[in-house]
Design a binder for this molecule. Structure first.
Ligand code: ARG
Ligand code: ZN
Length: 844
């Protein structure tokens, strides 16, 4: 069944207040609700329909009188009075049996909830839609030491606790946690003087892994006050770490629930990348308190209203806390790897979709990351001051409301007087625009001609020209900037822009800071790229020039069997040895274009990518680079070794990143001696993990892998690394059989999404291994997806997206993948989630 944006109708009743009582019991929890409804006289739809799934209805009453509603698998309907009334129900649910991890479930002996998007209907009968907002009072009865819900605590005693959330909210922001947890406490005083109690709640044993998350939370709270003028609004803010969780984390009002991998951190168990991600996710969930909670979404088609904006805000935060250019480059690598793949394949969809079957399938890179890009473009078009004014108006005008993209764009139109109707196409047109660039120079005038087009996407054959902000700067032949960055507004299919008063033809640096999520098509020479790599004042485009060189060199190796491009190698070796450059930047320039990015680029240029050939080219390139740097590697390794106690700050992280790249080159020459020494001496996970990766890649890590297992088998999060790293580092011909063996390991647990993803996700990411001729990787993944679907549809459906690139490949591989997709589709009782994904991938 498909749901359409155009069918939106408001609920015919106002919910005045919600009282819930939970009598916790692992297999038979009772949920009692007492809800006041007021019929809305002007409602178009007067049906009293309450969502409810997998609930056992014990009693239902209206104004104290028993009623007998009509109950279906989706919910219930009931005759109701014409004036305000009290609805009461009692239902029984089975948290222990809930392996879907949606609604109320158990993880490691603790109760927890995940309600976004539509999980509240598995807890009690309710109008489970984001535009229905109400205050909640919750009473929890249970033997657990800690009983938590949203809002402020209002009372507790032996075996019970009560909470009241004064801020009206949709049901998807409801949360309950109960368990024998311990807290890492702290406090924060808001700008206006509210004293807030902060806690991170964890299972005993994890209390030493909370300090970093707590600091990140306090930084986020200050940052939102400083930059957006937004303060926290309750007396308490709780974060809980949960081991079994489908996604990263959830912004429930006053009670954020986190996948433990996204909050728990210690130097011994977490890598630099983990620390960085944790800081960003804590910020993301905290920022949702305003962009998502105080102002929420009218319906799920508006998901990007909160997600795009909140990702944009967390990226601003990370840029301020760390290095803005490193953040931008990493975001673009991620965008191209995940969002461009989505936008250019069968799963392409609009930033604001107009239909869906299962909303959980739309928590995608397009909604999140492209949604954030759209906001970045808007900010660039109107300028920073206007952006700040418009955002302020948004929070004033819409506080307490459930809003749409139209509401968001309206505050920009009202504050700037700009007509955003063409800009809005970014929300309604799927697909990645191509921007073709040509240039000319005559008599002191430089002309740039930009031409845009967007390929067809499923259901959208024709596209209109959009507003594309193209940030451009011009460099003179000596490398000086002759024209500072200027934003060209491309609004037509083809448009020319001129720059006067130049004494010679300049070199253009186009799409600085990656000012729009487009694919630039431009015939440039390698020497021009090398020039930009050496001189561009825009760090993003400097990196981009090197990245383009790297890609072209690899592609020539793959297609023509040539050796690595000598000029590029030369530029690279100079750059790596240039100590005046930021180590983080050098690490990024050294990081090879991903094999999946190369496959996509080859495909776009009309070739059929051969994953094995791409892998071989990568091996050859790295070997050649290592040999070219032979004399420098020991010095570089020593110079980039961070001294002193571990700290996850940006400077140390950048240095360790570069150090890890150097180590992997060194391993090619010394057979792993240095990596083995580093492994033996490592006193933090970043160094331990990097050394083990190098050794495994060199097929030399057996002893260290066993040592790693012995040391960390009691730590679930570190064991995820152990599972994942082996598959990620496996040679193409061994990846699938190794992954298969690991699924039979006693510590493999399909019910734990982190563990499942550690093995299956790593297999899918290992391009040459996953696509290894014969299709063993496809078959193994399909076997596991079919088995998991019966337990956890959400995680299964998400993982299906790794098949989205299948049309890139040769006929034998396409046939193999198709037969696996068909096999999944034919599974009896396949979930709606997985069915929708497989169908779209097959037919898109
Ligand atoms: N709102 C959460 C976040 O981005 C994501 C939760 C989505 N969960 C889901 N099951 N769809 O922070
Ligand atoms: Zn979010």
């Amino acid at each position: 069944q498909t749901i359409y944006l155009k069918d939106y109708t408001p609920f015919g009743y106002q919910v005045d207040s919600v009282h819930l009582t939970f009598r916790l019991s692992a297999k038979s929890t009772r949920v009692l609700s007492r809800i006041q409804f007021t019929p809305l006289p002007d409602a178009a739809d007067k049906r009293f329909f309450l969502h409810g799934e997998q609930l056992q209805l014990i009693t239902a009453k209206i104004d104290g009188q028993s009623v007998s509603p009509q109950v279906t698998l989706q919910g219930l309907t009931c005759d109701t009075p014409d004036t305000a009334f009290i609805w009461e129900s009692e239902v029984e649910i089975d948290p222990q049996g809930n392996t879907a991890l949606e609604g109320l479930y158990m993880s490691n002996g603790m109760y927890c909830t995940q309600c976004e998007a539509e999980g509240f209907r598995k807890i009690t009968y309710y109008p489970d839609r984001p535009d229905v907002m109400s205050t909640f009072t919750v009473r929890i009865e249970g033997d657990e030491k800690v009983l938590l819900s949203n809002g402020n605590p209002t009372g507790s005693g032996d075996g019970w606790a009560e909470w009241h959330d004064p801020w009206p909210k949709p049901a998807y922001l409801f949360a309950l946690v109960a368990g024998d947890l311990i807290n890492h406490p702290d406090r924060f005083t808001t700008a206006s003087g509210r004293d807030v109690e902060l806690n991170i709640w964890v299972r005993p044993g994890d209390e030493g892994k909370c300090a970093f998350g707590m600091e990140a939370l306090k930084k986020s709270m200050s940052w939102d006050e400083d930059v957006y003028g937004l303060e926290y609004d309750l007396d308490i803010f709780n974060i809980v770490a949960v081991d079994d969780f489908n996604m990263g984390a959830m912004e429930n009002k006053g009670l954020n629930v986190f996948n433990s991998s996204c909050v728990l951190a210690s130097p011994e168990t977490s890598t630099d990348a983990n620390f960085e991600r944790i800081e960003a996710i804590i910020a993301h969930e905290y920022f949702h308190n305003w962009t998502g909670n105080r102002i929420t979404c009218r319906d799920w088609f508006q998901l990007c209203l909160k997600e795009g904006l909140t990702v944009f805000r967390d990226s601003q935060f990370t840029s301020d806390m760390r290095s803005a250019s490193v953040k931008r480059i990493s975001d673009v690598i991620d965008l191209r790897g995940r969002q461009f793949a989505e936008d250019n394949g069968p799963l392409a969809h609009q930033v604001r979709p107009e239909s869906f079957q299962e909303i959980n399938n739309f928590y995608t890179a397009t909604i999140y990351e492209k949604g954030a890009e759209v906001i970045g473009m808007l900010k660039r078009l109107v300028g920073d001051d206007s952006y700040a004014k418009a955002a302020k108006l948004y929070f004033e005008r819409h506080d307490g409301q459930a809003c749409t993209i139209e509401d968001w764009l309206q505050v920009f139109e009202d504050t700037t007087g700009r007509d955003l109707s063409q800009f809005k196409l970014w929300y309604s047109q799927a697909g990645t625009p191509r921007v073709k660039v040509t240039d000319a120079y005559a008599d002191g005038t430089y002309t740039l001609t930009l031409e845009q087009s967007t390929p067809a996407t499923p259901g959208q054959p024709d596209k209109d020209p959009r507003v594309i902000p193209v940030a451009v700067g011009l460099l003179g032949q000596n490398g000086d900037e002759v024209q500072a960055t200027q934003v060209l507004e491309l609004t037509q299919a083809k448009q020319s822009f001129t720059f006067d008063g130049l004494s010679a033809k300049p070199i253009a640096s186009i799409l600085r800071q990656f000012s729009a999520p487009v694919i630039l098509q431009r015939d440039t020479s390698n020497s021009e790229r090398a020039f930009l790599l050496a001189h561009d004042s825009d760090p993003f485009n400097r990196w981009e020039a090197g990245n383009a060189l790297a890609k072209d060199s690899r592609i020539a190796m793959v297609l023509e069997g040539v050796a690595p491009d000598a000029d590029y190698l030369d530029a690279l070796t100079k750059l790596v040895r240039d100590d005046s450059l930021d180590p983080a930047f050098r690490a990024l320039v050294l990081s090879p274009p991903s094999q999946s990015d190369l496959a996509q680029t080859l495909y776009e240029r009309g070739h059929t990518p051969d994953p094995q050939a791409i892998y071989d080219a990568a091996e050859t390139f790295t070997q050649t680079l290592a040999e070219a740097l032979t004399d420098s590697l020991p010095r570089l390794y020593a110079d980039t070794t961070v001294q002193g106690p571990y700290s996850p700050d940006a400077t140390s992280t950048g240095k360790r990143d570069l150090n890890a790249r150097i180590l992997s080159l060194l391993t090619r020459l010394d057979g792993g001696d240095q990596a083995a020494r580093q492994y033996g001496a490592a006193d933090n996970m970043t160094l331990q993990n990097a050394a083990l990766a190098c050794l495994l890649k060199a097929d030399k890590g057996e002893q260290q892998s066993q040592a790693f297992f012995d040391q960390w088998q009691g730590d679930r999060l570190v064991m995820d690394k152990w599972f994942g790293l082996q598959v990620a580092c496996a040679a193409p011909d061994k990846a699938a059989s190794l992954a298969e063996a690991l699924t039979r390991h006693p510590l493999f647990d399909m019910k734990n999404p982190n563990r499942f993803r550690a093995v299956m996700g790593a297999l899918a990411m290992n391009q040459a291994g996953f696509h290894y001729a014969g299709g063993a990787g496809y078959q193994l993944l399909a076997d596991n997806l079919i088995a998991l679907d019966a337990l956890n549809p959400q995680t299964t459906a998400r993982m299906c997206s790794v098949f989205q690139t299948w049309k890139r490949y040769d006929q034998p591989r396409q046939d193999l993948i198709r037969s696996q997709l068909d096999r999944i589709a034919a599974t009896k009782n396949l979930s709606r989630d997985t069915n929708e994904m497989v169908t779209r991938i097959l037919n898109g």
